[in-house]
Write a protein that binds this ligand. Structure first.
Ligand code: DGT
Ligand code: CA
Ligand code: CA
Ligand code: ZN
Length: 586
């Protein structure tokens, strides 16, 4: 069982206890433990096997440690069974809907017998929800939208979750006897923001049955969906499906090309091949005999031109090798034929991180600790971007506190070398498009980052005008998480992104690509558009603790999916070049 499975189970327990009305203190204990587990670099399973004391972990008390041990040893938590006897476990799905929450879920269950999202939808249609105390027509409408969003997302995992969930099984496959090489293909190799299922390829000569058997025998497997000579398919405890294909060396490159996808990319590649009198499939690239009718050809008939390596497959088709992140049929096939694929930005080219939080607002550590962690990552500069005062629930900075923070930054600048700390604030774009800081503060900030955190349900033209007005303030440098989406949780707000990007180009404002895997905001197609318009993109982590800083790689992958070269990304610039950009309007 993976750490993420444990974390999910504990979260379910915490959600159920919250619905039951348990003490907030107890619930917090579970959630703190989940946060710790999320950041562990080792598996709980190995810790329990080694007899380590889990209560040594921060935030893990004796009762949580007991639950975790029980879960790892038996696959269940007795306490969870008890609680779910009183509160149906399906209610946690309701709680995750925007606009429901634990109290409302309890009420829906107690008064209307609503247990599932389907039940809730039926009750909404029947009009009974609207009559409950504390609900009303407006909140019913909101819940309906949340249900629609929820339906769109069920079944797809976020990329960071899929990565964590697959790690153990991948190692298991790679170490199977006789397996020469294993690679993850499919959407995960293309670094898509969400993953339907994970596709693993194993290179192996001969009948693949023993490899498939080894694969399905992994201890994290909840259900075997299929097992044959060349293919196995399983469901992990988390619900993630994993497909394995066992491929001989002579076809490994062709299979890798095929199963990496996307389908749309493959169709474009195959169409091109056909025009050249070639056939490409998961076994290789073949020259079709002149007199052959395609329907009668066996899978490996014809002269084999390529198949063992992926580079060879593209080469046989007269194309440059296409980086997996580009394989979405958005012009990469034509570019690969013409030898005009972009040079894509890389993680090691990032020289600074321009959005992060400290204990001055909702971050977990001091700004000095964040700065030192960034220096350890090899960055030349950072911006400390605590929230502004409109975010009252996280102690957003007032002008007075901003100045106090600057004094601290000045003091740290004196004391530590090797990293430049820019004074910044993540300033709220208020409802009317004005900024949540007076002009005298804006003038003194090194980097002005603005973003929307409130009134996200405005109509499209009102929201667009609001953001455009904010961007037009001459102090503004970066528009952060421009569309406000939370992957699998909240749709982007209604806004004319094209108009916003065009304005950014005109005004010399950069747009952020928020690297947090829960956001990845802007999305890939918008990143692509920003590049076309010449809008500089900043890849920032929005880290709230040092470990969040390593999310940068997700942002870089997303930037690559949007075709960005290093020169398109502002924070690949050296400190002096970045400083020069900051004075662009002077
Ligand atoms: P996912 O799993 O929904 O996140 O997305 P993928 O791209 O991993 O899709 P999946 O797992 O259904 O299939 C893996 C790859 O296999 C896919 O990207 C391309 C290839 N593939 C699968 N089915 C077909 C097909 O019917 N036609 C073509 N051309 N390729 C296919
Ligand atoms: Ca897949
Ligand atoms: Ca698949
Ligand atoms: Zn924010």
């Amino acid at each position: 069982m993976e750490n993420l499975d444990v974390a999910r189970t504990l979260t379910t327990l915490a959600d159920l206890l919250e619905i039951q009305g348990a003490s907030p203190f107890r619930i917090r204990a579970y959630r703190n433990a989940v946060a710790t587990i999320d950041s562990l670099t080792r598996t709980l399973e190995s810790m329990v096997e080694n007899g380590e004391d889990l209560t040594e972990l921060p935030g893990v008390g004796t009762s949580v440690a007991k639950h975790v041990t029980e879960l790892l040893e038996t696959g269940r938590i007795t306490r969870l069974d008890e609680v779910s006897a009183e509160v149906p476990i399906t209610l946690v799905e309701l709680v995750r809907l925007d606009g429901v929450g634990p109290k409302k879920a309890k009420k829906l269950f107690d008064e209307l017998g609503v247990k599932t999202v389907d039940d809730l939808e039926a009750a909404l249609d029947a009009g009974t929800v609207q009559q409950l105390d504390g609900f009303g027509a407006k909140s019913a409408e909101k819940i309906k939208v949340a249900i629609e969003d929820h339906r769109k997302h069920t079944g797809r995992f976020q990329i960071h979750e899929a990565e964590k969930l697959i790690a153990g099984l991948f190692e298991h496959v790679r170490s199977a006897p006789g397996v020469d090489e294993a690679i993850v293909a499919g959407s995960l190799r293309r670094r898509k923001e969400t993953i339907g299922d994970v596709d693993i390829l194993a290179r192996y000569e001969g009948d693949g049955t023993p490899v498939v058997e080894h694969f399905v025998s992994f201890n994290g497997v909840a259900r075997i969906l299929g097992a044959g000579e060349t293919k196995g398919s399983v469901l992990l405890h988390s619900g993630l499906q994993v497909d394995l294909r066992v491929i001989p060396g002579r076809s490994f490159g062709a299979a890798l090309q095929y199963f990496t996808g996307s389908k749309e990319h493959n169709v474009a590649v195959r169409t091109r091949a056909v025009r050249q009198g070639l056939r490409v499939n998961e076994w290789g690239v073949f020259r079709v005999p002149e007199d052959a009718s395609p329907d009668e050809l066996g899978k490996e008939d014809g002269e084999r031109l390529a198949g063992d390596t992926e580079e060879g497959v593209y080469e046989a088709l007269g194309m440059a090798w296409v980086p997996p992140v580009l394989r979405e049929n958005r012009g990469e096939v034509e570019a690969a034929v013409a030898g005009e694929l972009p040079e894509l930005v890389r993680l090691d080219q990032i020289k600074g991180d321009l959005q992060m939080h400290s204990t001055w607002s909702d971050g977990a550590v001091s700004l000095e600790e964040m700065a030192l962690a960034c220096r350890d990552l090899g960055y030349e500069y950072i911006a400390i971007t605590d929230h502004s005062q409109a975010m009252a629930m996280v102690q957003g900075l007032t002008p007075v506190r901003a100045r106090e923070q600057w004094a601290e930054i000045d003091e740290i600048r004196e004391r530590i070398d090797g990293i430049e700390i820019f004074k910044s604030v993540e300033i709220d774009i208020l409802k009317d498009g004005s900024l949540d800081m007076p002009d005298d503060v804006l003038e003194e900030l090194d980097v002005v980052v603005i973003s929307v955190h409130s009134f996200m349900d405005m109509d499209r033209s009102t929201m667009t005008d609001r953001v455009l007005k904010a961007m037009a303030h001459p102090a503004v440098d970066i528009l952060a998480h421009p569309t406000g989406r939370r992957i699998n949780r909240r749709e982007p707000f209604e806004m004319d992104v094209e108009a916003v990007l065009e304005a950014a180009a005109d005004l010399g404002v950069a747009v952020e690509l928020n690297a947090n895997p829960n956001r990845l905001d802007l999305r890939d197609t918008h990143v692509y558009r920003a590049r076309e318009l010449g809008v500089p993109v900043v890849i920032s982590t929005d880290a709230h603790a040092p470990r969040g800083l390593t999310d940068m790689r997700f942002g870089v992958d997303q930037a690559r999916r949007g075709w960005l070269a290093p020169e398109d990304v502002l924070n690949t610039r050296s400190l002096s070049d970045f400083r020069a950009w900051l004075t662009r309007r002077a």
